[in-house]
Design a protein around this ligand. Structure first.
Ligand code: FAD
Ligand code: FES
Ligand code: FES
Length: 493
């Protein structure tokens, strides 16, 4: 069965939409169609959080409150969710929601432009916590909400005061709200539009494969944290959009003794839990991946399929020995992830072929992992250089090295010459670290751009290799971290 409309819950009622452009963003629908102008538009590229809204969804029979940037969320993506915006928080008698009241009491708003987004990020967090949050936790929660004038101290104070008790009218009404979501849940394919222009959201892999076979020119969309910007910034006239977020199976995570497999549509926030458990450095990098809003929407598959040379996930998967599985029509194939990235803007993926899942090898007991992300800003910033390394040892001898970089070439890439220099060397010998770092120039000829010069990138990358190996050897000659490795991170929300 195929539906020719999307539907979602809004203010207790089911809304059905069958006549909209595939390119319509949720923010445009809210502000221009529904005329709910409380949600603001500022950057229109997912950075500032002024447009944050909450999509409430049934997850394992409980209600998940998921904050997303409405400016880069496509309207069709909200099928099956309850849409909550800043106008909905206060009670009908005008009583403010606890997060709103706390912001008022603690002077957390001046010009107010960022405030609706901050309220919605905190509203989502309010429903996530069971104990008073720490300041560091709130810093994470608000990493994707930029305030230019109030200053964060009163905002964070308000957040800590308010987010300690899931006891608002939304919680009280949850059984009825969950029932409403259950009533509109189905496994029907969606196709709004016609053969020439459509928004499609298949529910089954077979339909997805057939649709992409028939329309190889269609744009695949997962979280739209990249594709959304093609619409708002590049003004690309995308007419056929195939959303993979409803496809059963692409949302699974599977673990074996030696491997972890992520369906392409698994959101980064979910993947971060399993990937982060492998190593504290990986957890820290995923905590610094965009913002809560970006990790909530963005997916594992989108993050690899976009082949960004400065993406943070690819070097991790390359270092851990990842494979990528793809399907076109009935044909399924799997290849090592390094073979997927061919050149800048060029991947080994045919038109109409989609990513099904990604698998990594879990590091064994004799494999040590390090990963570092170098940015101009600590939070919500794209890498200048990113390195992930996995070193396997037999005693003190390096038997295998996998070292991958982002920001050093037109694609995420392994440093094969560095790896070769390390094979068979003694980890504890500082000469090993320096020899390895000196081979970087054989692997990379980085670019100079706004984020860093070629010389800076080569120097930083070399230092990261030395830092990682020195830490693994357990004898760093100088202190390598501001805080010890195990303490730098806390669970990503
Ligand atoms: C504010 C902001 C901050 C960001 N910060 C970071 C960061 O810190 N680190 C980082 O690495 N990235 C960052 N990004 C980039 C982006 O969020 C990630 O690359 C994200 O993982 C993309 O996933 P998505 O699901 O949103 O992809 P989408 O935008 O949906 O798609 C991206 C690309 O992948 C293709 N695609 C998606 N799914 C499939 C599939 N199953 N099969 C085939 N092709 C597919 C799409 O056609 C498109 O070409 C940031 C983006 C924003 C807006
Ligand atoms: S308007 Fe800035 S994130 Fe959407
Ligand atoms: S109150 Fe002015 S931008 Fe935050």
């Amino acid at each position: 069965m195929t539906r020719d409309f999307i539907r979602f819950v809004r203010r207790g009622r089911v809304v059905e939409l069958r006549d909209f452009s595939a390119r319509t963003t949720l923010l445009d629908w809210l502000r221009l169609d529904e005329r709910s102008t409380g949600t603001k538009e500022a950057c229109a590229e997912g950075d500032c959080g002024a447009c944050t809204v909450v999509l409430a969804r049934r997850r394992d029979d409980t209600m998940a409150y998921e904050p997303v940037n409405a400016c880069i969320t496509l309207l069709g993506q909200i099928d099956g969710a309850e849409l909550i915006t800043v106008e909905d928080l206060a009670a009908p008698d005008g009583t403010l929601h606890p997060v709103q009241a706390a912001l008022v009491e603690r002077h957390g708003s001046q010009c107010g432009f960022c405030t609706p987004g901050i309220v919605m990020s905190l509203f989502a967090h309010y429903h996530r916590v069971s104990a008073p949050p720490t300041r560091a936790e709130i810093d994470d929660v608000l990493a994707g909400n930029l305030c230019r004038c109030t200053g964060y101290r009163p905002i964070v104070d308000a957040a800590i005061a308010a987010c300690n008790d899931r006891n608002d009218r939304f919680t009280a009404d949850e059984p009825a709200r969950l029932a409403r979501l259950e009533a509109i849940a189905d496994d029907e394919d969606i196709l709004v539009g016609d053969d020439g222009a459509f928004f499609a959201a298949p529910a089954r892999e077979d339909t997805l494969a057939a649709l992409l076979d028939a329309h190889p020119d269609a744009t695949i969309v997962a979280g739209a944290t990249d594709v959304g910007l093609w619409i708002t910034k590049k003004l690309m006239p995308l007419s056929k959009i195939v959303h993979v977020g409803r496809v059963v199976g692409l949302d699974m995570i599977e673990e074996s003794e030696t491997t972890l497999t992520f369906g392409a549509a698994v959101p980064l926030a979910r993947a971060a839990e399993d990937l982060g458990a492998l190593d504290p450095d990986i957890a820290e990098i995923l905590r610094r991946f965009g913002s809560v809003q970006v990790r909530t929407a963005g997916t594992v598959g989108g993050s690899i399929a976009n082949a960004s040379p400065i993406g943070d996930l690819a070097p991790i998967l390359l270092a851990l020995g990842g494979t990528i599985a793809m399907r076109k029509g009935m044909a399924v194939r799997t290849l090592p992830i390094e073979e997927f990235f061919i050149d800048y803007g060029k991947q080994d993926r045919a038109a109409g072929e989609y990513v099904r899942h990604l698998t990594i090898q879990k590091p064994g007991e004799t494999t040590l992992v390090r990963a570092f992300k170098i940015t101009k800003r600590m939070d919500e910033d794209i890498s200048t250089v990113m390195m992930a390394m996995a070193i396997t040892l037999d005693g003190d001898v390096i038997t295998s090295a996998r070292i991958a970089f982002g920001g050093m070439a037109g694609i995420p890439k392994r440093a094969t010459q560095v790896e070769a220099a390390l094979a068979g060397a003694r980890l504890a010998d500082p000469a090993t670290w320096r020899t390895a770092a000196s081979r970087l120039g054989d692997d990379f000829t980085p670019l100079t751009d706004q984020r860093g010069s070629a010389a800076y990138r080569l120097t930083v990358a070399g230092n990261l290799i030395v830092k990682g190996l020195a830490e693994m050897a357990g004898t760093p000659t100088t202190r390598t971290r501001v805080k010890p490795r195990a303490e730098v991170f806390h669970a990503a929300p």
